[in-house]
Design a protein around this ligand. Sequence first.
Ligand code: FE
Ligand code: FE
Ligand code: MG
Length: 165
Amino acid sequence: MGKRGREIVKLDVDELLELLNKAFADEWLAYYQYWIGAKVAVGPMRGAVVAELIEHAMEELKHAGMLTERIIQLGGTPLLKPSDWDKHTNCGYEAPSDPSVKKLIEQNIEAERCAIDVYNKLVEMTKDKDPITYHIVLEILEDEVEHEEDLQALHEDMMATKSMF
Ligand code: FE
Ligand code: FE
Ligand code: MG
């Protein structure tokens, strides 16, 4: 990476790179959890749920891209093998082995809550220390907060609809 670009980072860059790679692993697993969930989903409000899952999948993929660019810019190497994702993830992966829309939404809400904690920590850590990474993780945090809310709203609608019958 650029010499001055690295010098202005007031953090241990290697440690930061490790944390960015862990978040990068989370994003790929989140992407796949949404993507495959959208394929196998069954149950009430399927159309609305699938549309939301696909939208979120695309946003998780975008996050992975944002993180990779910063990892490379800081002189690091993004995880190169899918088998590394499992080893480095913070939030893990929940297979949609029960493809009911309710269960899928609940699993993804859990994942979003974990993501919020991960990015909130990165925001706190980089604030006033690394403005470039700060800007990136703040933008991702905003998306994850929105994701949690979208899924919770769907879950509430689903529960309300159910009690009407
Ligand atoms: Fe994400
Ligand atoms: Fe998300
Ligand atoms: Mg959404």
